[in-house]
Each structure stands twice: as C-alpha cells, then as structure tokens.
Design a protein around this ligand. Structure first.
Ligand code: NAG
Ligand code: NAG
Ligand code: NAG
Ligand code: NAG
Ligand code: NAG
Length: 434
C-alpha cells in the first residue's frame, strides 16, 4: 500500500507544480462563428486544428456523429495520432471496422486503426475513415464576447478521403458534427472543460454576418445588451429516435435532435393532418431539426394540408397568390403584405409541442422566403410520400432564433425570433478581447 500512496502523493505534487507554473484557465463556454454560404445555403464554421495550427472551414451538421476532415489532401501535423483498434477512444467512437492500409503511412492511412462510416449529409454519401486525435483550438467566451483561445490537445475526429468533400461549399474541408454521441463536438468540448453538455445555435439570416454556436454555459448576450438565458427560453423534451435515419445506419439510436410536435396551427386554427405521422414508430415519423435542409421538409400529406390552410388564411387577408417558384408551392404578391419587424405580415404558423401552452411560433421572417422584390413564398418543401422523418425543421426556420440543445437535461430550448427582441444572431460580439 505504501508505495502506491507515495506515487499518488508524488503525482499530486507534480500536478500541483504544473498548475502553479501554468495557471490553468478553464472557460465556461466556447464560441464558434457560423457563416451561411448564399449559393449552397450551407452553414460553415471555422475551427483551428493541427500543429502548426491551420484554419479549417467545416460544414455545420447538427445530426452528424463525427467531426471529419479531409486528410488525403494537405493534412500535415506533428501532433496527429491515429486511434488504434481496441482502445477506449476507439470504443467511444462506436467503430464500424478495424482497418489496415496498404500504402505509405500518412494521416488517414495507418494499420490497426479504428474505422468508422463518415457521412456527407448533403449528398448522402458515406465512406470509411480512420479515427484520429489532434489538437483543436477554439475561442472561449464569457457569454458576451469572444475571449482567449483554448485548446483540446487530443480531440477525437475522423479522417476522410478527399472524395467525401464533394458537394460541400468550396473551401470547406470537412464537417463539424454536433450529434448527441460521445465524440460529437458538444460532448468532447464539455468533457474537456468540465462544463455542462449543452450548446446554443443561433444561425444568422444575414449573408454577410456571422451567427454563432456557443458550447457550455448560458447566458448569451447579444448587442445592444439583450440577454438570452435558460430562464428566458421555452423548453420541450429532447426525444430519442431509437433507430438512426442516416444512410450508413445499422439500427443504432439516432444522434439527431428530435422534438415532439403534437399539432400544427395556422392563424391559430388546427391544420387537419394524420397525427400518427408525428410520432416515431420503428424509426419512422416524428420531427427533427436540421442544419442541412435549407427549408423545412414535410411529408407529402402534411405538406398539402399546410399549404391549403396557409393559402386559405392568406386569402382571408387579401394576400394575392401568384405563380409558384420552385422548390416552393405557395407564393404570394408582396402588394398586400405589410412589412413588420418580425418579417412579412402573414398568417402565423405554430408548432404545438408537449402541451397547448408550449408553442414554437414561426413568424413571417422564418416562414417566408423572398424570391424577388415582388414575390414571397412559404419556405417549406415536400419530400416523397414515405420519408423516414415526417417533419424536418430546416435552417431558414431557425435563423435569428436561438435554439439550445441541452444534452445533459435532455431538452431543447428555443427563444422564438430574436427580431421581436430587437436583436439578431449576427449581434453576438465576436470581436475578441484576447
Ligand atoms: C501495414 O502492414 C502491412 C503488412 O505488414 C504493410 O505491408 C503495410 O505497409 C502497413 N501499412 C502501413 C500504413 O503502415
Ligand atoms: C453533387 O455534385 C455533383 C457534381 O457537381 C452534382 O452532379 C450533384 O447533383 C450534387 N449533389 C447534390 C445532392 O447536391
Ligand atoms: C459558396 O459555395 C460556392 C460553391 O461551392 C463557392 O463557389 C463560393 O466561393 C462559396 N462562397 C463563399 C463566400 O465561400
Ligand atoms: C379584403 O378586401 C375586401 C374587398 O376589397 C374588403 O372588403 C375586406 O375588408 C378586405 N379584408 C381585409 C382583411 O383586408
Ligand atoms: C466587443 O467586445 C470587445 C472585446 O471584449 C470590446 O472591446 C468591444 O467594445 C465590444 N463591442 C461592442 C460594440 O460592445
């Protein structure tokens, strides 16, 4: 017993010495900028990785299991380490294979390494990649502005072949997966800095200004002094889909974010739909949130019912329907539509959640898309009659709303449109003090 005690004391002393020499800074939150690419409608964030550090643009994918990066082209780093099979890091990443590589060793090509299916959700292509670790560095925040840079020395990510980058906005070298699994960004950041496993996403509706993703603790402050916090958000339970909806799934639970929409109201009137489509059965049905689909995607029968009700309520307001613009099915002349702070004044759409009093209200700023100065369209699209998920809340519907994904408490918080509070997601102060 005595020797081991001695070692423990020695270790403590050692840790104490290091702490003294290098006073550690533990951030309570981290912030990533998010920019929308106006031509692809993809949301792209920037992180720093490797030694020496390189800036990488990554597609923001809420429902992806991994951070993956193209390692086949220009990945040079002295701190790159492949994750070997049968290690705890490999187990955490839920491996699909143990791979060998019959080529010259390089990042992405090593023997006896942990292999996983990596997915590109834009084109639904999946390929095997090597799990690895390298330094990742991001900015911390106190909730009101961007602070000093902090690093995670052994961040677990995956190495993709260059081919998997196809269909990502040019300049993007991979994907920032925000999934609910152990090595998604939210879980790794939370465990690296011991903050709560939650993050807030605030996508900017502006093409020129960044929105943000904030990992860790609230509050979130937006200029000019608007505070969004756990206390001001409305919460709904985060639901688990027991079966992944992804192309490369083999029956494991989904890492995506599902919520329980119970009914849809337009102008406060219930839209008649088959409510069985709203629950999750054998992995099908239900409602999830996506940053990959630019507009909300509805199952065919729900789409028809929503359009019918919206067109009827719009007509009652003397809003004139005009010819459709693909991919939208309901477009209107702007002539009889007033502009308000929360967008064009059109019938409101309510997603009714766990009770009649918990409602996600979608105002004109999030429901409508301007196709030109004279025409606005209802920003929803249909997907075939038999999609896996009945309602996919798309990115346009999330813009300038703060949505918090609280994995620790299994709940999703939403702010409603920040435009109503005289701020936007672009108003988070990303100018750094350090
Ligand atoms: C993997 O092992 C094989 C067989 O020993 C060898 O030929 C190959 O070069 C190795 N690959 C790497 C990347 O080290
Ligand atoms: C991906 O890119 C290819 C080639 O540019 C194109 O033909 C294809 O339609 C794209 N797929 C998607 C889903 O955007
Ligand atoms: C957006 O993506 C397109 C297509 O990949 C690319 O040509 C363009 O440069 C990107 N825009 C920005 C601002 O990165
Ligand atoms: C719609 O137009 C009709 C006829 O011009 C008018 O009587 C009615 O008050 C208008 N309704 C609304 C809601 O503006
Ligand atoms: C943004 O944050 C920086 C750094 O903390 C600060 O110097 C600057 O005054 C802030 N900007 C505004 C508009 O408050």
């Amino acid at each position: 017993m005595a020797p081991s005690l001695q070692i423990t004391l020695f270790s403590l002393l050692f840790i104490f010495t290091i702490t003294q020499a290098q006073p550690s800074f533990r951030p309570s939150a981290l912030v990533l900028p998010v920019k929308k690419n106006a031509s692809t409608l993809q949301y792209v964030t920037t992180i720093h990785q490797r030694t020496p550090l390189v800036s990488e643009n990554l597609l923001v994918d809420l429902g992806n299991r991994y951070m993956w990066v193209d390692c086949e082209t220009n990945y040079v780093s002295s701190t790159y380490r492949p994750v070997r099979c049968e290690t705890s890091q490999c187990t955490m990443s839920n491996p699909d294979t143990c791979s060998d590589c019959f080529n010259r060793p390089r990042p992405g090509c090593n023997n006896f390494t942990c292999g996983v299916f990596l997915e590109n959700s834009v084109n639904n292509i999946a390929m095997i990649g090597e799990v690895a670790q390298d330094v990742v560095s991001v900015r911390s925040t106190d909730g009101s502005s961007s602070g000093r840079v902090v690093s995670v020395p052994h961040f677990i990510f995956s190495c993709a072949p260059s081919y998997l980058r196809r269909n990502l906005s040019s300049g993007a070298v991979g994907v920032a997966g925000l999934g609910r699994n152990k090595i998604g960004l939210p879980s790794q950041f939370a465990s690296a800095f011991s903050f709560k496993r939650k993050f807030a996403m605030c996508l900017s509706g502006s093409r020129s200004s960044n929105g943000v993703i904030i990992f860790g603790n609230d509050p979130y402050k937006f200029l000019p002094g608007i505070i969004v916090s756990d206390k001001t958000l409305t919460y709904t339970p985060l639901l688990t889909n027991p079966e992944s909806t992804s192309a490369s799934s083999h029956g494991e639970p989904s890492v995506e974010y599902f919520i329980g929409v119970k009914s849809i109201k337009i102008n406060s009137k219930i839209v008649p739909i088959d409510t069985s489509l709203l629950s999750i059965t054998n992995g099908n049905g239900g409602t999830k949130i996506s940053t990959i689909d630019p507009y909300t995607v509805l199952e065919n029968s729900i789409y028809k019912a929503v359009l019918k009700a919206f067109i009827k309520e719009s007509a009652a307001r003397n809003i004139t329907r005009v010819a459709s613009f693909a991919p939208f099915g309901a477009c209107f002349s702007t002539d009889n539509i007033l502009s308000t702070r929360v967008g064009p004044s059109v019938p409101s759409i309510d997603l009714v959640l766990q009770s009649e009093s918990v409602v996600w209200t979608i105002t004109g700023s999030n429901s409508m898309v301007y196709v030109n100065d004279n025409v606005v369209c209802l920003g929803v699209v249909k997907r075939g009659s038999n999609p896996r998920t009945s309602i996919v809340i798309g990115a346009h519907q999330l813009e300038d709303n703060l949505v918090q994904f609280d994995l620790a408490s299994s709940r999703v918080g939403f702010s409603g449109t920040l435009l109503g509070r005289q701020t936007t997601c672009a108003n988070f102060n990303l100018t750094s003090s350090a």
